[in-house]
Design a protein around this ligand. Structure first.
Ligand code: NAD
Length: 479
């Protein structure tokens, strides 16, 4: 099947007629083609967005809200179709797409459909100067949204929904590795009554289509989620063009476990926070630090639980881990497992490719636990982004804090303890944009989401996102 670009409400082929193969990770076969859109395609998308902006930016909040909520309802009504498409395109278990990815994409539209009706600007009375200031929050114009492959529709919509809710028009590019649900979303948006040109979706490689979006002089803001290197490149390109930037990048998140935690809850959640989505979630706790007094017990229990996880056909309900997203990614993860061995890491379980019956060319890998000798080894410092975690013991709060912070990333951290003072001490000092205590991935869409250090710049979520997608203009009136 051929996926097409959505430009000005119509599905169109790329001008250059240049196409890329789309693979199904479950069986390693090409099952479709997507446009490798050129600068000219991006320009056409930009012009369509620019034309739509005049009207869309003046559409009432109520009308925008109505359309966004309608998109959300249509996503829910088509849950099965979207979940199947996401699983086929990405390799994730269909059960995960059905319970997390697609419901969350629907929530993104519902949430920002509601949020825009509550978004208010401020006024400041300049007492003693006979003046009043009020601040307008105006949409920026045409904005670019670029997303990765790990949570395809979930992260694509996390950008698009606030962008259009705030009155912008969008040129969006999903990952070329997982384009399918973004394509299907285009159909739903038209059905929901989103005016033509408000959302334009161009498919293609980062180096062609993505590059054309980030260097377009009239696309005034870029909301990007992806790898840290790509983020650095985008920042360099965008700086001389004075674009507004939101960068959500990589992570290498610590999961810190103290002996006073609720052990069973911790164990169950840690299995999830390590291997959900084949460990391909930027928030996965890939470095597990365990207090020395329970280290041995944890190691035995954790490895035994991980060995029970079922790697297999993503379409089957019993599957815990599906396929990794691509052959190249599987090879990258395997290289890290080999590297671990040269760094004195001990593979406690996993580490091998899995041959799934009837799907022998799929990209399957056993969930892997590596006991590392030091926190400074590369497998403990670099983002692997697969079903691989490291474990090691610690003795004191300060020691674990230092190890947790001693990486270039700073996205999220998880802390397991029932000690209040320790909770406060560590959550204040952990270098991360998000700290979860006695839970993981509990999301409230009103809260700021994003990372520090090499994990990014800016915050998404709630009014933060609406502030990003608007320009503040202060008006000062003297009376
Ligand atoms: P990636 O950086 O390779 O690609 C992300 C997107 O950027 C894709 O759409 C790609 O086509 C595009 N792109 C690549 N080069 C570009 C360029 N020169 N100009 C414009 N666009 C370009 O990342 P990926 O491999 O798709 O995703 C995995 C990474 O994403 C991991 O590092 C992960 O941690 C990160 N991630 C971060 C978050 C977060 O919220 N912080 C969430 C999910 C994933």
């Amino acid at each position: 099947m051929k996926i097409q670009n959505l430009i000005n409400g119509k599905f169109v082929n790329p001008i250059s007629n240049d196409w890329i193969d789309n693979y199904c990770p479950a069986n390693g076969e090409v099952y479709g083609h997507i446009p490798n859109s050129s600068k000219e395609d991006v320009e056409t998308a930009y012009k369509s967005a620019q034309k739509a902006f005049k009207h869309w930016s003046q559409t009432t909040f109520e009308e925008r809200s109505r359309i966004l909520i309608k998109i959300s309802e249509l996503l829910e009504a088509n849950l099965d179709q979207f979940a199947e498409a996401e699983s086929k395109d990405n390799g994730k278990p269909i059960s995960l797409a059905k319970s997390i990815d697609i419901p969350r994409a629907a929530s993104n539209f519902r949430f920002f459909g509601n949020a825009i009706t509550q978004f208010a600007s401020e006024s400041h009375e300049s007492v003693g100067q006979d003046a009043i200031n009020y601040t307008l929050r105006q949409p920026i114009g045409v904005v670019g949204c670029i997303s990765p492959w790990n949570l395809p529709l979930y992260l694509f919509t996390w950008k698009i929904a606030p962008a259009i809710a705030a009155g912008n028009c969008v040129v969006a590019k999903p990952s070329e590795v997982t384009p399918m649900t973004a394509y299907l979303l285009g159909q739903i948006c038209t059905e929901a009554g989103l005016p033509h040109g408000v959302l334009n979706i161009v498919h293609g490689l980062g180096s062609t289509t993505g590059q054309a979006i980030i260097e377009h002089p009239e696309i005034k803001a870029i909301s990007f989620t992806g790898g840290t290197e790509t983020g650095a490149h985008i920042a360099k390109m965008a700086a001389p063009l004075f674009k507004k930037l939101s960068l959500e990048l990589g992570g290498k998140n610590p999961n810190i476990i103290f002996s006073d935690c609720d052990y069973d809850d911790m164990l169950e959640t840690t299995v999830r926070s390590s291997f959900a989505n084949q460990g391909q979630i930027c928030l996965c706790g890939s470095r597990i630090f365990v207090e020395a007094s329970i280290y041995k017990k944890f190691k035995t229990d954790f490895v035994s639980r991980v060995k029970q996880l079922k790697v297999g056909n993503p379409a089957m309900a019993i599957t815990d881990l599906g396929a990794l997203v691509s052959k190249q990614h599987l090879e990258k993860v395997l290289r890290y497992i080999d590297l671990a061995k040269t760094e004195k890491g001990k593979i406690l379980c996993g580490g091998q490719k899995v041959l799934v019956k009837g799907l022998k060319n799929g990209y399957y890998l056993e969930p892997t636990v590596i006991e590392v000798a030091t926190d400074e080894c590369r497998v403990n410092q670099e983002e692997i982004f697969g079903p691989v975690v490291t474990i090691m013991p610690f003795n004191t709060e300060n020691e674990v804090l230092e190890m947790a912070n001693k990486v270039k990333y700073g996205l999220s951290a998880t802390l397991w303890t029932n000690n209040l003072k320790r909770t406060m001490h560590l959550s204040n000092r952990l270098e991360a944009g998000i700290v979860w205590v006695n839970t993981w991935m509990l999301r409230d869409l009103r809260t700021p989401f994003g990372g520090t250090k090499a994990s990014g710049v800016g915050r998404e979520g709630g009014f933060e996102a609406l502030r990003f997608f608007t320009e503040a203009k202060n008006v000062c009136i003297k009376y």
